[in-house]
Write a protein that binds this ligand. Sequence first.
Ligand SMILES: C[S@@+](CC[C@H](N)C(=O)[O-])C[C@H]1O[C@@H](n2cnc3c(N)ncnc32)[C@H](O)[C@@H]1O
Ligand SMILES: [Zn+2]
Length: 265
Amino acid sequence: MNLLCPLCGEILQKAERSLVCPNRHSFDIARQGYVNLLPVQNKRSLNPGDTKEQVQSRREFLDGGFYAPICEALCKMAEGLSGPVLDVGCGEGYYSSRLAESMGAELWGLDISKEAVRFAAGRYKEAQWLCASAARLPVEDGSVGLLTSLFAVTLPEEFLRVLRPDGAFVQVLAAPDHLLGLKNIIYPSLTEKPKDSAPELPGFTLERSEFVRFSFTVEGKQVQNLLSMTPHVYRISKEGAEALAATETLTDTASCVLNLYRPKK
Ligand SMILES: C[S@@+](CC[C@H](N)C(=O)[O-])C[C@H]1O[C@@H](n2cnc3c(N)ncnc32)[C@H](O)[C@@H]1O
Ligand SMILES: [Zn+2]
């Protein structure tokens, strides 16, 4: 899979500790092993994406093994699919590293958060980690075998551009009853908008959907870690935060859907 220069779109080649395009735009390979391909002018904020605290919380929570059933379902859905794998919004790499290992495939993990790819690169040395935006993937057309987006953005047009015609897109979405226990503690009255669990994506055909639903129990620090991993961390009120801080043990339900899409023939 070739990477493209985010400034001019030409192919990047590896040179010592950097990636360079024919127009001499150069991007350093960081000491930790990831490459930052997010040009300053494409950034909407100084540090876009998840913060270091969020990434740390996600790492601690996922290391606890609480979401292992999601990872197992993902690996099962990918049986028979081929790489290279591009995981968009890869976070700290928990799912994509296991997925690529189970497939025996080359892995490229991409996230707009520098902290996320720094964590991923620090632990999973066998993969390539990129700081870049899903909106402009620095990836050659038609070169990805399996593109994944887990609890992250879906941008059908851009995903279609980088996928091989025989490739696949696997999306994991939270279902409406995902983490109802947490939501009941932090929101005084819960109003759930109905959500489409298998959205129609222009240019794609939905081949298969799988639901994963299981309960788990977290204690102490893992209760806060769970909150930090979710979008609720941006919405929580002072009262909600206090109610959660007083929660020592939380038994909750994880509920999500895995959708396997193919580019339309
Ligand atoms: C809820 S987290 C999921 C992380 C990982 N897939 C997982 O399930 O553990 C969403 C991730 O998407 C990243 N993200 C947000 N906007 C993005 C964008 N435009 N391009 C790439 N990554 C993005 C965030 O930095 C964050 O790491
Ligand atoms: Zn260039």
